[in-house]
Design a protein around this ligand. Structure first.
Ligand SMILES: Cc1ncc(C[n+]2csc(CCOP(=O)(O)OP(=O)(O)O)c2C)c(N)n1
Length: 347
């Protein structure tokens, strides 16, 4: 892909993610979507930069703030809206809602409301990816003997454990990093640091200056990058993924960003100042990237505006089409069959 095409595709992805969040907020306010939602306005470069740098067959396990990752990994916005409407056409047949949007066809395991719980799952996927590409008998022997001494085992695909700064202090995250390091598992630990875990500022809640400083405790590389700069994120993921694909084991990448909206729809953001918010809005990742695209001559202002219009209309249309599927929900029996095994299966 040429740099020009890559840039236009990246801008399209970031715009789709932004408009998806704006439409979601509107639908919530109108009472057309129930439950809660976690919007990622402002985090688009961290989400598009990761997904665009991955291979189609690389797996991701996102967080509860998952819409942008899900769109950028290739899922249909229509199926995502349908999920939030509780419709059968949704990614989880309407049973999951905003926080649970798995899409195996796009190598996205989906997320869970339990903060940090996706990290061991992504580590498990990495184990399977390594097991499948290694001489499995030799791998099993090495994990039993001294896995630290086992030679690098190149792999085709990797798995990405996405987590927030809040989740970074959970035991599940540390246990995963330790075992992934020992077994040299092909997993990218991707910390999307948006500065807050609900109302708790990461400056006050994390024992080190940077989450990526913790990498040294596990004997793996750690790097921190500007998460509002698409190119910086994209290039860093390419570099980290290539290290992992060569068989060297895990890598911790921390991307610094900011969520423009509250933690969830009921958050009044009393824990931060509007001055701080304004400063970050000046570093809106979409604005920054559009400026770069203009400066490089890849698009004119007019072309950017028409792409914005096209993406906005497309998201509107997909929301409308999803709304049409709204009344087609799973029956109680279908839900029970999905959740519980039948009597014969249990015996
Ligand atoms: C195990 C667990 N503890 C607490 C919560 C409540 N909770 C929901 S989101 C959240 C903050 C997570 O912060 P972070 O990991 O930084 O992700 P962000 O919301 O900033 O994207 C918390 C504490 C939860 N869902 N699960």
């Amino acid at each position: 892909m040429t740099e020009k095409q890559l840039s236009i595709d990246a801008l399209r992805m970031m715009l789709n993610s932004r408009y998806f969040e704006e439409k979601t907020e509107e639908l919530f306010k109108a009472g057309q979507i129930h439950g809660t939602t976690h919007l990622a306005n402002g985090q688009e470069a961290a989400q598009a930069g990761l997904c665009m740098a991955l291979d189609k067959a690389d797996w991701i396990v996102p967080t509860h703030r998952c819409h942008g990752f899900t769109i950028c990994k290739g899922s249909s916005p229509k199926a995502m809206f349908a999920e939030m409407f509780g419709s059968r056409a949704g990614l989880a047949k309407g049973l999951g809602g905003s926080m649970h949007m798995p899409d195996a066809g796009h190598c996205n395991l989906g997320s869970s409301a339990v903060v940090g719980s996706g990290v061991p799952l992504a580590t498990g996927i990495a184990f399977k990816l390594k097991f499948d590409s290694a001489d499995s008998a030799a791998f099993a022997t090495s994990t039993n003997q001294n896995p630290k001494l086992c030679p690098p085992q190149p792999v085709k695909n990797i798995s990405v454990a996405i987590f927030g700064d809040g989740a970074s202090s959970r035991g599940s995250v540390h246990e995963s990093m330790n075992i992934a390091s020992i077994w040299k598992l092909p997993v990218l630990f991707y910390c999307e640091n948006n500065h807050y875990g609900m109302s708790a500022s990461s400056d006050k809640m994390i024992s080190v200056d940077k989450v990526s400083d913790r990498a040294s405790a596990y004997g793996i590389p750690g790097k921190v990058v500007d998460g509002n700069d698409f190119e910086e994120v994209y290039n860093s993921v390419i570099e980290a993924a290539s290290y992992i694909r060569s068989g060297n084991g895990p890598y911790l990448l921390e991307v610094m960003t900011y969520r423009f909206k509250g933690h969830s729809k009921s958050d009044r953001r009393l824990y931060r100042t509007s001055d701080e918010e304004q400063q970050w809005m000046l570093r809106d990742p979409i604005l920054l990237f559009e400026q770069k695209i203009l400066a490089s001559g890849y698009m004119t202002q007019q072309e950017i505006e028409s792409l914005e219009k096209e993406c906005k209309e497309d998201i509107e249309n997909q929301a409308g089409q999803a709304l049409d599927t709204c009344s087609d929900k799973l029956s109680e029996n279908e839900v029970l069959n999905l959740v519980y095994a039948s009597e014969e299966e249990r015996l």
